[in-house]
Design a protein around this ligand. Structure first.
Ligand code: TYD
Ligand code: MG
Length: 460
């Protein structure tokens, strides 16, 4: 790309000019040499849109097509990615596997502030890494020293594991302090941008989800990812919460096996036991991909203490809202019950399309009424109406095979017999056999020994 700059006034243009349109000087156009993307090389700090669009972003594969997908094609040279997660979730393992990919074609530097070379070597052996000679390891905690040496090695990729265990000796404060965490991040960013190599910074978050450190640098890095999951299942979810080079809210799923992570292209968050009361399946969109998930609810009587509403993988405020609608509109008296809602597999869902499934799972647990083969889609309004959801066709496609798929009425143009349209939550509950008329209640009370509260107001 060429750029011409007026030697008199500094005006710049991608086209040559005989007379400067800004100062009127003749023959002042000088060609400026531009590096591909280096900012310092630009004669002006401002780019016009035409120039900007010609700076295409090269993408470097991480070795996992699913990870590349959520990063919109891979890592960009100079991109700094923060990988946050609880201790033991697999951050170092994933980072090392990405190193292996970059090490195919050159040097990679892996800085570990918390593990010994022996520990890292053991992990590398377990992962059966083939390009070990290209992975340079540093267990030095002084980042300034490491970066000086790293610079000479001209690496293709840099990993800092972790943000809280390396420090800059230029600062007096101790590793992990606010000023250190910020300084370390800034140094890695400068290093990475100057040399146009991608870098990954690993950050620990505490169990309570309160992020000691990484949260403070999220605004500085290009890409923020959270690595989470249900340790029991081995499924791990990588969520992109911020990305300067692509969309956020994308999710990639991995499975931790004996020899490291394998990506899971079509994950199933449906477990055995889905046919038991309290379980309903739904399909949520995480970014551009649909995920089939099982929602689990447990409703248990509690007359003594203030009732609890606890959510795992789902906001408590959302549960409270749905419970309020269930009480008010469907007349299910839940005020003396503890309610626990869990999203199977460790996915954290925000898609409102899961509302109907959550509400039905609560009803199913409350009535001890199993809903096998039932899936539900729909956002629930405060009035109990089931509202439409976007991308219904793809969701229905993902839910193929379910016997009854409850969907919002306006979406009901499906030919499939299994797709059942409902106007509101009350209708959905009724279709699934949870009729709250007095006679049914008595019948049920006779047959099964499940106590439930009679509503104060008459229902019918
Ligand atoms: P690790 O990457 O050390 O977690 P973090 O850096 O987030 O603290 O991974 C910890 C767990 O991963 C540990 O319990 C062992 C397990 N693991 C496997 O199951 N398979 C493997 O191949 C490796 C290397 C680790
Ligand atoms: Mg680690």
């Amino acid at each position: 790309m060429k750029k011409f700059v007026c030697s008199n006034c500094g005006y710049s243009s991608p086209k040559w000019f005989g007379r400067c349109p800004q100062c009127g000087e003749y023959d002042s156009a000088e060609e400026a040499i531009l590096e591909k993307k280096g900012r310092e090389a630009h004669a002006s700090l401002l780019l016009n849109l035409e120039e900007a669009s010609s700076l295409s972003l090269e993408r470097l594969s991480t070795g996992f097509s699913e990870l590349d997908r959520v990063l919109r094609g891979g890592l960009v040279p100079g991109q700094v990615l923060l990988l946050s997660g609880e201790p033991g979730i697999g951050k170092s393992t994933l980072a090392l596997q990405v190193c292996e990919k970059f090490a195919e074609k050159g040097t990679v530097v892996y800085v570990s502030g918390e593990e010994s070379p022996q520990q890292i070597k053991m992990r590398a052996d377990r992962l059966k890494l083939k390009n070990k000679e290209n992975i340079l390891l540093s267990t030095e905690n002084d980042l300034d020293a490491v970066l000086t040496e790293t610079s000479e090695k001209k690496p293709r990729f840099l990993v800092i594991d972790s943000l809280q265990t390396v420090f800059s000796s230029e600062l007096g404060s101790s590793p992990g302090s606010v000023s250190q965490v910020k300084a370390v991040t800034m140094k890695v960013i400068n290093f990475s941008k100057k040399r146009m190599i991608p870098a990954m910074i690993v950050g620990h978050v505490t169990k309570e989800g309160e992020i000691a450190g990484p949260k403070m640098v999220e605004h500085m890095v290009d890409t923020v990812t959270y690595f989470e999951g249900d340790r029991r299942t081995g499924l791990r979810i990588l969520k992109v919460v911020k990305n300067r080079f692509g969309p956020s809210d994308e999710v990639a799923v991995f499975e931790l096996e004996e020899n490291g992570f394998k990506q899971v292209e079509s994950p199933s968050f449906v477990e055995e036991g889905v046919e038991l009361p309290g379980n309903v399946v739904t399909c949520v969109f995480e970014g551009t991909k649909p995920f089939v998930v099982q929602v689990q609810a447990l409703v248990s009587k509690n007359r003594v203490f203030a009732p609890k509403r606890v959510g795992k993988g789902i906001d408590t405020s959302r549960i409270m809202l749905l419970v309020a609608v269930l009480s008010k509109v469907v007349k299910i008296p839940l005020e003396h019950h503890d309610i626990y809602v869990n999203v199977v597999g460790g996915l954290r869902i925000t898609d409102p399309a899961a509302d109907l499934a959550i509400a039905l799972a609560i009803v199913s647990s409350y009535l001890e009424l199993p809903m096998p083969g039932v899936a539900a889609l729909g956002e629930i309004g405060l009035d109990g109406k089931v509202r439409k959801v976007y991308n219904i066709k793809r969701r229905l496609g993902a839910l193929k095979g379910f016997k009854k798929i409850i969907v919002p009425a306006l979406e009901a143009e499906s030919e499939e017999e299994s797709v059942i349209a409902v106007q509101d939550l009350r209708e959905a509950v009724k279709i699934l056999g949870g009729d709250f008329s007095v006679s049914t209640r008595v019948d049920r009370e006779d047959k099964v020994d499940i106590p439930w509260d009679r509503p104060e107001e008459g229902v019918g």
